[in-house]
Unconditional design. Structure first.
Length: 65
């Protein structure tokens, strides 16, 4: 093989390896975000229910008056 061919093959393999690494890293980041997102939602859920309960009680008071 000629040195130029070897150089092109090595550079091409490096680019392919870099693209694969980017894809794997991206998928891992997405998986991490999906794991932490439901936890953040569940932490806010009781606060949302409490606020909704207050709004409903205010509406009931207004209807009664």
């Amino acid at each position: 093989m000629e040195p130029e061919t070897i150089l092109v093959l090595v550079l091409s393999a490096g680019v392919v390896a870099l693209l694969i690494w980017f894809e794997v890293n991206s998928r891992q980041n997405e998986a991490r975000q999906k794991q932490t997102f439901p936890l953040a939602q569940s932490a806010h859920r009781p606060l949302q229910e409490k606020a909704q309960g207050k709004v409903e009680s205010e509406i009931d008071k207004t209807k009664a008056a």
